[in-house]
Design a protein around this ligand. Structure first.
Ligand code: TPP
Length: 542
């Protein structure tokens, strides 16, 4: 309880500092150790949303952060609560999510004697978080502000804070709340030496290529990137999470790369013909082994981004440490408009890719993606899970805006789509939000349908029901192995959805799916559409 001289508890200071840094939503599962913290969050204007699993809660926080660009907040209790969140925290580390993980911990005076639920939180999270601190009464606000500064520094990532119940409830010694600095991000000037150097390289290049990544999409570099591509005639390849950084119906857009061997073969072949490759906000954590040393002469690679590379996937000859949006603002005025690729290869590649991923049968995974593409408005948000369906969807999906296709693409964890969709819609209630999942992924975290219901979110959940962990079954078949450990029984998802208070339906043809997608768009509660098809419909799909 606050003492009689103070109206603030440490929990209030923690919550007010988080609020001052833009945090408005917390996701988690409480325990006895965090009840005062929850009280403080509510008083500070941060809504706490109950999830059914802590890993899902971490990924909900990631979805909310993607929509708002504010840090995500996960609240867990001591021991089992934090341990349950490990996969979601690892996801934040690999997806570069600025996630604050706030956990309860046993009070310091008893910690050395007491063993119930006591595990070493810092040691558990050490490989996953950028830092881990315990909040103390004297420095509570500074510690929270420091955690946020570390989490939001490039490359962004999770930071862990422990807060014990007695510290949370103690009277705050000082009431000052540490505010975030006013951030000024000046554009790079066109006379900057790096701009001149790159403009000269671009002038000399006959076949320039752009590969854009998540930091370009998240950092608002889309307009500048499109202008650059158009003025120098450079085709644009994106990672899956950067899809939409340039509208994907643009003639220079070659779509997403990284997971489909079919698409990658063609895109890597094109990259091999380039004489200049501009990597813009690009992190190859989303890419597979084909993208190791993907050009023979790495001196043609120019890497533009804030975070220093933390990988050995390639070694760019030139690295420009700058925010992509600001840098392009300085670069673009220095370039003259001109054509490139005299052989017209990018246009042929674009046409070929469109044919390759076009629909072959009237019903199956291709047709489902087509119906989704037709139903989603340009600013709808689609969260897609890991599995065969994600690879096909990420190749076929036509994103018009950045950050409209959410997924776990670096960590590729299953069961991310529903929590991402929950977080996105909670933070941005004006958007229509879809969650697209396999039957295996949904069954891994089906309890979150209760979260969707309790938060009153009108999500549209589309299930690719092929009664298999299809991606793994396809890999087994590709390796000439027997099918083992991948077959799923046929769950009646429609009935389950109704049991959770939503609208549930199974469909087996494109007309039914179209009608159900349309009806879902005006419903108040959530809709789950189980699309049934056979795994053989994936043969040769990606
Ligand atoms: C937490 C987790 N466990 C296992 C995997 C390995 N894995 C990747 S995709 C996949 C199959 C997913 O099956 P489903 O959700 O039905 O999607 P489908 O492949 O059928 O489209 C598995 C098991 C993973 N990525 N994440």
């Amino acid at each position: 309880m606050p003492d009689k001289n103070s109206t603030l508890r440490v929990a209030d200071v923690v919550a007010a500092t988080l609020h001052a840094h833009g945090v408005r939503h917390a996701f988690g599962m409480p325990g006895g150790e965090v009840v005062t913290l929850l009280d403080g969050l509510g008083l500070a204007g941060i809504a706490f949303h109950l999830a059914r699993h802590e890993t899902a809660a971490a990924i909900m926080a990631a979805g909310a952060s993607a929509m708002t660009d504010n840090p995500g907040l996960l609240v867990t209790t001591v021991g089992p609560g934090l341990a349950n969140a490990v996969n979601g925290i690892a996801d934040a580390a690999q997806e570069r999510i600025p996630l604050i993980v706030l956990s309860g911990i046993v009070d310091r005076p008893t910690r050395a004697r007491y063993t119930h639920q006591v595990i070493d939180h810092g040691a558990l999270l050490r490989p996953l978080v950028k830092a881990s601190f315990e909040i103390e009464p004297e420095s509570a606000s500074s510690t929270v502000a420091r955690a946020i500064a570390i989490a939001t520094a490039e490359p962004k990532g999770p930071v862990h804070l422990d807060l014990s119940p007695s510290v949370a409830a103690a009277a705050a010694p000082r009431t000052a709340i540490v505010l975030p600095p006013v951030l000024l991000a000046p554009a790079v000037a066109s006379k900057d030496v790096s701009v001149g150097l790159l403009a000269e390289k671009i002038r000399r290049a006959e076949r320039p290529l752009i590969i854009a990544g998540f930091e370009a999409a998240r950092g608002g570099a889309g307009d500048g990137l499109q202008r650059l591509a158009e003025s120098i005639g450079a085709p644009v390849i994106t990672t899956y999470k950067a899809k939409g950084v340039i509208p994907e119906d643009h003639p220079l857009c070659l779509g997403g790369a990284g997971l489909s061997p079919l698409a990658d073969r063609i895109l890597l072949d094109l990259a091999g013909k380039a004489d200049l490759v501009l990597l813009i906000g690009y992190d190859p954590i989303e890419m597979r082994l084909g993208w190791l040393d993907f050009v023979s002469d790495q001196s043609i690679l120019v890497d533009i981004g804030m975070a220093a590379p933390s990988h050995g996937m390639h070694h760019a000859g030139t690295r420009i440490a700058a925010a992509p949006a600001a840098f392009l603002e300085g670069l673009n005025p220095c370039l003259e408009s001109r054509g490139s690729w005299p052989g017209g290869e990018p246009a042929s590649v674009r046409a070929y890719l469109l044919r390759l991923f076009s629909t072959r049968k009237s019903w199956g995974p291709h047709a489902i993606v087509n119906q989704l593409n037709a139903a989603a408005g340009p600013d709808s948000v689609v969260a897609v899970d890991s599995g065969a369906h994600r690879i096909l969807l990420s190749q076929k999906w036509v994103a018009k805006w950045p950050l409209t296709l959410l997924q776990s693409a670096g960590f590729c964890t299953m069961n991310a789509a529903l929590p991402l969709a929950i977080g996105a819609r909670t933070a941005d209630p004006a958007r229509r939000v879809f969650a697209v999942m396999g039957d295996g992924g949904l069954e891994m975290g089906i309890g979150e349908l209760a979260t969707v219901r309790d938060l009153g979110l009108p999500l549209t959940i589309v299930v690719f029901q092929d009664r298999s962990l299809a991606l793994i079954e396809l890999k087994q078949a590709g390796a000439g192995l027997r099918t083992a450990g991948v077959k799923l029984g046929e769950t009646d998802f429609a009935t389950i959805a109704r049991g959770f208070g939503g609208h549930g339906v199974s469909v087996e043809n494109p007309d039914e799916l179209r009608d159900e997608l349309e009806a879902a768009g005006i419903r108040q509660n959530f809709t789950l559409i189980a699309c049934k098809f056979d795994i053989t419909d994936y043969d040769g799909a990606f």
